[in-house]
Design a binder for this molecule. Structure first.
Ligand SMILES: C[S@@+](CC[C@H](N)C(=O)[O-])C[C@H]1O[C@@H](n2cnc3c(N)ncnc32)[C@H](O)[C@@H]1O
Length: 174
């Protein structure tokens, strides 16, 4: 599975998603132009030192991203408020690409129409949308659950180890 960000414009959200991707071991496609440079302080603060662990591919445009995706035969799954299919009803494949829209406007109509699948996180009527990083976490979690893509839990990684290491009492970076 991969996460793709369409022309993101809020640095904190992108930093948060990249941190999520680093921790879950999910590669990210960043579709430019982004509304901020990767030197942006808010972006760096949200992503912290996790940014060094992200498998990140930057694409100059949506067309460049699509050309690359096409050669690899990966399905494009758009997360959108304008879909009828709840994400929990979709059968994810291990090489699906989860595409998230930009904070201020989602994705253009041609991108919406061109996606192979469109899924939504059902919400109460009258409310506009989730934060993009929240929507990403929910759907990525379900996709990884369905496809067995989560990293092994510490407690089950080694059945002879007697369980995870005890938690350190020393302060740790968040
Ligand atoms: C802040 S929302 C953008 C709202 C924008 N007005 C729109 O019409 O798409 C940013 C992105 O988060 C994702 N998102 C937010 N809420 C969602 C939901 N309930 N279901 C699926 N995706 C959602 C979508 O990818 C969306 O493009």
């Amino acid at each position: 599975m991969r996460i793709a960000l369409y022309e993101p414009d809020i640095p904190q959200n992108t930093g948060t998603i990249l941190r999520l991707a680093a921790c879950l071991g999910v590669p990210v496609d960043l579709i430019e132009p982004a509304g901020f440079p990767t030197t942006d302080r808010a972006f760096r603060r949200a992503g912290m030192d996790y940014l060094a662990y992200v498998d990140l591919t930057r694409h100059a445009s949506f067309d460049a991203f699509e050309a690359d995706r096409g050669t690899r035969g990966r399905r494009l799954v758009l997360l959108t408020t304008k879909a009828a299919t709840p994400y929990t009803a979709h059968r994810f494949a291990p090489d699906d690409v989860l595409l998230l829209g930009r904070e201020t406007g989602g994705v253009p109509e041609r991108v919406h129409a061109g996606a192979d699948v469109r899924v939504t996180v059902p919400m109460r009527p009258g409310l506009r949308s989730l934060n993009v990083a929240m929507a990403c976490a929910m759907v990525a979690g379900e996709a990884l659950r369905q496809t067995g893509g989560f990293a092994p839990a510490l407690a089950t990684a080694d059945p002879l180890s007697g369980g995870p290491e005890p938690l350190s009492s020393a302060p740790v970076a968040l």
